[in-house]
Design a protein around this ligand. Structure first.
Ligand code: NAP
Ligand code: GDD
Length: 355
């Protein structure tokens, strides 16, 4: 164990959990990641394999749907800080599994707060909030004061988690706060999310493995940033003197179509778009169809536009995004081209985004 602080991170095996663990370890923390039991423990832990030899890094079994496991973790570890990043975080899945999503993503936050309240009330708590809470946005851009209007069971669960975090702060005096984070991406992003699905498919097309990208609503607009920047803000929120909720965003919005265009440009293809809605397609400079719309990727209710106003975080947390949208897309495409090439040269099958 290091001399420094001790933190629990739920969602350690995910994109943000892995970046946050690296950040805290570099700052001298003892990091305990909560992991769900799986029948094959080595599967699904690719993002943290490189940390397993670090003597300050530990895994503890637990599940956000199980109060006892969270209570036990807090009792045993006695953390100074608790980062609740665990969630069923894929929006379309939340329509297929709404009660599970509410349980993990909504009630999971309450279970963490209960454990802290009863066992270690001086532990600081970070809740991973989401711009999905704004949903059908009530104002543009969205701030900490913008009313919520979630459009999915996932968004509803995140609103509950946000409200209960504020309520425990006000009812019990806990240092508990929510970061309302807008979309943040990286080469570690899950393959089901749109940016990574696009960059992996573009890499596969560039290597001749696929012919086209099958996609949903390309008109949706998001405020996309780099995940590595965003976990630093999660940490900074818990270093404040008083708990406070913050929007973390870049303040720039782009459409899925813009994102796809930049990704293809990175591998030397210029797209021309035609059609509307489910009839939208895009062809490259040689007239080959490279993007086709598939209705199955459209959602029952869409969040059309997100753009955050991060003035409060700029003022109080010193927040300035370091990675531009085009840089982010290029980083992700380059990484996936490398992944695909390496797999092919090792005689392995390159990753395929879920159909
Ligand atoms: P992610 O890659 O999908 O990771 C989700 C994590 O939650 C995984 O480690 C997963 O573990 C864990 N988890 C799922 N169900 C669990 C359960 N029942 N008990 C314990 N852990 C469970 O998500 P992310 O992109 O890193 O996002 C981190 C957090 O920020 C999430 O809460 C997400 O909703 C929120 N958020 C993300 C963004 C974004 O753009 N990335 C924006 C706003 C908010 P397994 O490996 O076992 O599945
Ligand atoms: N996933 C996906 N797949 N999305 C598509 C596709 C497709 O084939 N085609 C179009 N989209 C559109 C979606 O309809 C949505 O408007 C947008 O791309 C972004 O989708 P995702 O990348 O799946 O992310 P999200 O915005 O729904 O949710 C992510 O960001 C939230 C923060 O706003 C997740 O990380 C959430 O966990 C997070 O809270």
């Amino acid at each position: 164990m290091a001399e420094g602080k001790t933190a629990i991170i739920t969602g350690i095996t995910g994109q943000d959990g892995s970046y946050l663990a690296e950040l805290l370890l570099a700052k001298g923390y003892n990091v305990f990641g909560l992991v769900r039991r799986t029948s094959q423990p080595t599967q699904g832990r690719n993002l943290i394999n490189h940390l397993m030899e670090n003597e300050c890094f530990h895994l503890v079994n637990g599940d956000l749907t199980d109060q006892s496991s969270i209570d036990n973790a807090v009792k045993e570890i006695q953390p100074d800080e608790f980062y609740n990043l665990g969630a069923q975080s894929f929006v379309p899945e939340s329509w297929r599994s709404p009660t599970m999503t509410a349980d993990v993503t909504g009630l999971g936050a309450l279970r963490c707060l209960e454990a802290i309240k009863l066992v270690k009330p001086d532990c600081k708590f970070y809740q991973a909030g989401s711009s999905e809470q704004f949903g059908d946005v009530r104002e543009i851009p969205q701030t900490e004061l913008t009313p919520f209007y979630p459009r999915s069971p996932y968004g509803c669960a995140k609103v509950f988690a946000y409200d209960i975090t504020r309520n425990y702060r006000e009812s019990y005096g806990l240092f508990a706060c929510t970061g309302i984070l807008f979309n943040h991406e990286s080469p570690r992003r899950g393959l089901e999310f749109v940016t990574r699905k696009v960059t992996m498919t573009v890499a596969r097309i560039a290597e001749g493995l696929d012919e086209f990208l099958s996609i949903g609503n390309v008109k949706a607009k998001r405020d996309w940033g780099f995940a590595g920047d965003y976990v630093e803000m999660q940490w900074r929120m818990l270093q404040q003197d008083e708990p406070e909720d913050f929007v973390i965003a870049t303040g720039e919005t782009n459409s899925v179509q813009d994102m796809i265009g930049l990704a293809f440009k990175r591998v030397g293809m210029t797209l021309t778009w035609t059609g509307e809605g489910v009839d939208t397609i895009a062809s490259d400079q040689d007239g080959i169809t490279r993007v086709k719309t598939n209705p199955k990727f459209f959602r029952p209710a869409e969040v059309d536009l997100l753009i955050g106003d991060c003035s409060l975080a700029a003022e109080k947390l010193g927040w300035t995004p370091t990675t531009s949208f085009e840089q982010l897309v290029n980083i992700m495409v380059d990484s996936d081209v490398k992944v695909v090439k390496e797999a092919l040269s090792n005689g392995q099958l390159p990753p395929v985004p879920p159909a």
